[in-house]
Design a protein around this ligand. Structure first.
Ligand SMILES: [Zn+2]
Length: 327
């Protein structure tokens, strides 16, 4: 059963009920939020022995689709970084045949942004005139790298990140962890169950605690101590974005405290976080969040992690002249 995507499910349900299903959908949203599951659920509904939406999930057809074992539901994903033209051609060739076992053929093309231009062009004709009883569902992280001709032939459906509470519940169920730990992972994952499940738990439980408690204890303006700390941070993780996740969660907690809401993330550090919140102005917290976001963007653009972390911690700790623009 899919949780947290009621809006998309309602859209599919209404389209089915009124016989207005598009020939091609493009599900766009962050990784790990369930786009492919939604595509599969639509495929189930189109072939379920008891028509309607949501599908029963229990009949032979639904189970075959769930197990990726249904001859009329074809899923394609990139075998390497690029989804190649041959894969698309093969998919289009398979779609020329009538449904073999079910009522509707469904092609799920995951991570469509990985198609190169040749692959996208090969898909255009099928997108424009799909064979009868065929539905295509493309998923993508963003529209940016897709040809406008591909986008315009699909009904674009924005898939939102999952609500934190939903991720929390699912993490508890799937990882068998305590609620406080599940909540921490859920908040850090920003609505992506996939990310929550793949986070390094040890780092985000123990490492996070150390990063934050040491950060809070650093005296403001003590440039040398702050730089030593930043140096350690840079060595700590291969992926400096994880350190950004920790800082972001801290500043979000500070903001919540300012609004009179007790910490929901760093419950194990609540007294220290609360004291820091009391000592910091709301403006400084907001500026801090902006700085963290900017540092994250710079890291994604391959900025030097050591310099970026040093500039960020100096700026957050109020060292005059520290700026992310000139680390
Ligand atoms: Zn069924």
């Amino acid at each position: 059963m899919i949780r947290g995507h009621e809006a998309v499910q309602a859209l599919f349900r209404e389209a089915l009920r009124h016989g207005r299903l598009a020939h091609a959908y493009l599900l766009v949203g962050k990784p790990g939020i369930g786009k492919r599951l939604l595509a599969r659920e639509l495929a189930q509904a189109l072939n379920c022995e008891r028509p309607g939406y949501p599908p029963d999930g229990a009949c032979l057809s639904c189970r075959k689709i769930r197990d990726l074992n249904h001859p009329d539901v074809i899923e394609v994903e990139a075998e390497t970084k690029t989804l190649k033209v041959d894969q698309v051609r093969e998919l289009c060739a398979q779609l020329r045949y009538r449904p073999f076992e079910g009522r509707t053929k469904v092609a799920v093309l995951a991570e469509a942004e990985r198609m190169n231009a040749a692959a996208m062009n090969a898909l255009l004709k099928t997108l424009e005139e799909p064979p009868p009883d065929t539905v295509l569902v493309l998923t993508a992280l963003s529209l940016e790298s897709l040809l406008p001709t591909v986008i315009s032939r699909c009904q674009v459906v924005r898939v939102q990140p999952l609500p934190t509470a939903v991720v929390e519940e699912m993490v508890m169920e799937q990882m068998k962890v305590e609620r406080s730990e599940a909540r921490l992972l859920a908040v850090l994952s920003e609505g992506s169950l996939g990310k929550a499940l793949s986070l390094d738990r040890e780092f985000f439980l123990e490492g996070r605690r150390q990063i934050i408690s040491r950060f809070l204890k650093l005296p403001a303006g003590a440039a040398t101590a702050i730089l030593d700390y930043a140096e350690e941070l840079a060595r700590l993780r291969e992926d400096p974005e994880e350190v950004m996740d920790v800082f972001q969660s801290l500043y979000r907690d500070l903001l919540l405290f300012k609004e009179g809401i007790a910490s929901t993330i760093h419950t194990d550090l609540a007294p220290a976080v609360q004291a820091a919140a009391e000592a910091t102005s709301p403006e400084a917290i907001l500026t801090g969040l902006e700085r963290i976001e900017r540092a994250r963007r710079r890291l994604r653009q391959n900025a030097n992690p050591r310099l970026t972390l040093a500039a960020l911690t100096l700026a957050l700790k109020g060292v005059p002249g520290a700026s992310l623009e000139s680390p």
